[in-house]
Design a protein around this ligand. Structure first.
Ligand SMILES: [Zn+2]
Length: 233
């Protein structure tokens, strides 16, 4: 979309396209991944789907999100719950007013608060309009692929995410391969939730590879195409 003109967009809307909105983040992702890791992944997936199907438009990504455990780590830029809910609601409503009726919101950041804020915005727009909206975190779909079935305790900045970024932007992945475990205490509300992430990531990245990342990315792309064909066509 960002490279279209207003005339291009007006013509495209006449064909009742699906708009994919990649939601990213600017977030600490350990010593090896860039702050843009959560943007790189859904944007790549959206453009891959766009290259395989007709009548898709990819909106420019939103590069900021709501964070809890990584909020105080260097480089994380945080939005509050109400801001995320409001900005997503405004983006969806604006697209609807432009004539868009089918929207896929694909988020690369899957923190629970962020997911709830985006979900609330999507539900409000679905209630108020006749837009069709699909919302998911690409990493949640990736978790279901066979390559990851036996991998336990992998999460933020871990094996799957490191591999996926290696497959997409190897030039941005540094040489370190950290191993991190969740260290939060059950039931305790922490004053600074970053104590839960002592090395800033969850998982063992020593076996991260572009091959694994490509397998996960391909699986996600295939699943999304299935969702589009079953739920939008
Ligand atoms: Zn991430």
């Amino acid at each position: 979309m960002a490279e279209m003109t207003t005339d291009d967009f007006r013509e495209a809307v006449k064909k009742d396209p699906i708009v994919m909105i990649p939601l990213g983040a600017t977030e600490a992702h350990g010593s090896h991944l860039p702050l843009s890791a959560d943007t790189i992944q859904p944007e790549f997936i959206a453009y891959a789907v766009d290259s395989l199907l007709d009548n898709i438009l990819v909106a420019p990504p939103l590069n900021y999100a709501l964070h809890s455990t990584t909020k105080n780590l260097p480089g994380t830029i945080n939005l509050t719950f109400d801001t995320v809910r409001a900005v997503i609601y405004d983006m969806l409503t604006s697209l609807y007013e432009q004539g868009i009726r089918k929207i896929i919101v694909i988020t690369g950041h899957a923190g629970s608060g962020h997911m709830t804020a985006v979900s609330e915005a999507c539900k409000k727009v679905v209630k108020e309009t006749n837009a069709k909206i699909i919302f998911f975190a690409d990493c949640d779909i990736g978790e279901e692929c066979s390559e990851l079935i036996d991998i336990k305790n992998d999460g933020h900045g871990g094996l799957a995410e490191s591999s996926r970024v290696l497959a997409i932007r190897p030039d941005l992945v540094r040489c370190s391969r950290p191993i991190g475990k969740y260290a939060g205490k059950k039931y305790v509300v922490h004053k600074d939730a970053s104590v839960c992430f002592p090395v800033g990531i969850i998982g063992d990245t020593t076996k991260a590879s572009a091959e694994l990342g490509t397998a996960i990315n391909d699986y996600i792309i295939e699943r999304i195409i299935g969702i589009i064909q079953n739920d939008f066509e």
